[in-house]
Design a binder for this molecule. Sequence first.
Ligand SMILES: Cc1cc2nc3c(=O)[nH]c(=O)nc-3n(C[C@H](O)[C@H](O)[C@H](O)COP(=O)(O)O)c2cc1C
Length: 391
Amino acid sequence: MSLETHPAKLDLPPLNLGRHTIETPVILAPMAGITNRAYRRLCRENGGGLFVTEMVTSRALVERSPESLRIIEHDDDEPIRSVQLYGVDPVTVGAAVRLLVEEDRADHIDLNFGCPVPKVTRKGGGAALPWKKDLFKAIVETAVREASKGDVPLTVKMRKGIDADHLTFLDAGRIARDAGVAAVALHGRTANQFYSGHADWDAIAELREALPDVPVLGNGDIWSAEDAVAMVNRTGVDGVVIGRGCQGRPWLFADLQAAFEGSDERKTPALGEVAAAVYRHGELLVETFGGDEIVAMRDIRKHMAWYFKGYVVGSDIRTRLATVPTLEELGRILGELDPESPYPGQDAEGPRGRAGRPKRTALPDGWLDSQELTGVGAEMIKAAEVDVSGG
Ligand SMILES: Cc1cc2nc3c(=O)[nH]c(=O)nc-3n(C[C@H](O)[C@H](O)[C@H](O)COP(=O)(O)O)c2cc1C
């Protein structure tokens, strides 16, 4: 989005999610493998908003798998401990919400109905699930009921539908609203689209219009503060959810806060500042992973191309960063960069992260024949509660 076509300033009221007020109505999208405790801290230090965990599967959480307990950990100073749950059956989702509420492990819970990964949708989970309206309703109602016992607001995040002929967002939005959710977030793509093409902001506007009585949050293809402002202006949403645009750019939260407060100030970090952020990210990851430097360095490698997108960094250094074995070595390599090398402008902006191609969503046999959960065994739905990552 260009600065000419969209105003750079915005004055949007704070976002109210149940008992919480989020001054800057910006949400770091849940991203498996990305939005762990370390990365949320980096983003949070840059600007206001709500910062959601990676998704955790309800079953794994109820079974208290060590990985699921790691995912829901928050820093002591995270003001709103936000957790995203994935689940496919009301009983397990209800139990997971109860665990979070009774053990005081979350202040906000989001349910993921947007995952397009075949191993999930093939069993009727993720973005395939809202098609079965009765199942969707049962899950959301149960989750809201359990969450309300601790006055914890519950939100849902979804896609437009399975494909252009099987859209679910309007029905699902109404069902969620009637169930008492605190907000509905829409990623303007169908499951078939994966991350390809463009997010449909008109669908987001349509949902905003259809649900005048609950906050609607827009998601998809926000790469800059200007894009966030443009989405709000075009769709009327109450807040924006940003995923890939934050990858390698935690300082986007500073730009977003500035824009939403009506300032034109934007971060244009020189290479030295980027290097400092990467090193700090590495340190925080070591902490997040309980001192395990091997796991931490494995985690940070995927961020390198995003952090250095557009910057003058030689291919040899890029390769070494992408295979960095220790924190000490990370510091050494970053020290070889020219700290004065300036912000590259446009080359550092625009789309980043996952893109991919559209493909037909894998679904259980006969899934599209009915919007009620008939003929599909509950066992299969339970089997969809696999340990999945992302989407
Ligand atoms: C690496 C990656 C992991 C993701 N993991 C999740 C997830 O755990 N839960 C979820 O609801 N969405 C997940 N998503 C989807 C994002 O939350 C978001 O809806 C999507 O990326 C579109 O927003 P964007 O255009 O701002 O990236 C993931 C996306 C990416 C790229």
